[in-house]
Write a protein that binds this ligand. Structure first.
Ligand code: PMT
Length: 225
């Protein structure tokens, strides 16, 4: 594998959506393709990192040189992420479902048997928050994403504080041709302890490459926490 500024660094990346089953044939999900998270995992590998990619269901081929763990639900993503610890850095790019149906059945829900007019839900574990607030084994650098449609910077900054991560990557996921969720390009605001940086829109591979360089610099310097 490549050697570079991240050689001997272990990094956890989460990517893709989660699928939250309702019955054997149905699930609740979102439009995340996994592209941004996979690109980040590849960029970190290219700088020499030992990368574990925990991914929800995607149609992307498994990347070479990366320890990839496929999961379906938020609870499985949580367990696989915890199993990957300890790491030097964790980057949570996955679009994890906040809620799951609390009535998963092992038979198909039938319209003629009463069907379903509302779906009771239970809250899923918050992987980013859990990892950010670990008392032992907390990664030195924890990076979250924030997908917002309004007041992107304001909500993203609040999310960084609430979850306890070091950096947050804010994305505007308003519907439209430029929406990063599912698309090829991304325009981010990188929020760190030193302030906010607006990056121009660029291909997801380029966002990933630049983030990987920044992570390399941060892990080379003195501890942030
Ligand atoms: O997959 P792509 O099509 O390439 O699109 C990329 C993306 C738009 C999905 C990605 O760039 C992005 O913004 N990912 C975060 C999506 C999200 O669900 O954001 P959020 O604001 O709901 O969550 C905030 C953070 O908490 C995220 O780091 C998320 O991974 C994490 N989280 C959320 C809920 C939960 N139960 N556990 C978590 O770890």
């Amino acid at each position: 594998s490549a050697s570079g500024p991240l050689t001997n660094k272990k990094i956890l990346v989460t990517a893709g959506p989660t699928h939250e089953p309702l019955d054997p044939v149905r699930y609740i999900a979102n439009r995340s393709s996994g592209k941004q998270g996979y690109a980040i995992a590849a960029a970190l590998r290219n700088l020499g990192a030992d990368v574990t990619l925990v991914t929800g269901p995607t149609s992307i081929a498994l990347p070479a040189g990366i320890n990839t763990v496929r999961v379906e639900t938020a609870r499985e993503m949580m367990a696989a992420s915890e199993a990957a610890l300890p790491v030097d850095c964790a980057i949570m790019c996955a679009a994890v479902a906040d809620y799951r149906p609390s009535i998963e059945t092992d038979h198909k829900i039938k319209k003629e048997r009463g069907g379903l007019t509302n779906i009771p839900v239970a809250e899923n574990p918050d992987i980013l928050k859990t990892v950010s607030q670990l008392q032992t084994n907390r990664p030195r650098l924890v990076i979250g994403f924030a997908a917002e449609t309004d007041d992107v910077l304001c909500y993203a900054e609040a999310k960084r504080k609430r979850k306890g991560c070091d950096w947050i990557v804010a994305n505007d996921v308003s519907p439209g041709a430029d929406c990063p969720m599912g698309g090829e390009r991304n325009e981010i605001i990188l929020i760190t302890d030193k302030g906010d940086e607006n990056w121009p829109q660029m291909p997801k591979d380029e966002v990933a490459r630049r983030l990987a360089v920044r992570i390399g610099e941060a892990l080379a310097g003195p501890s942030l926490v």
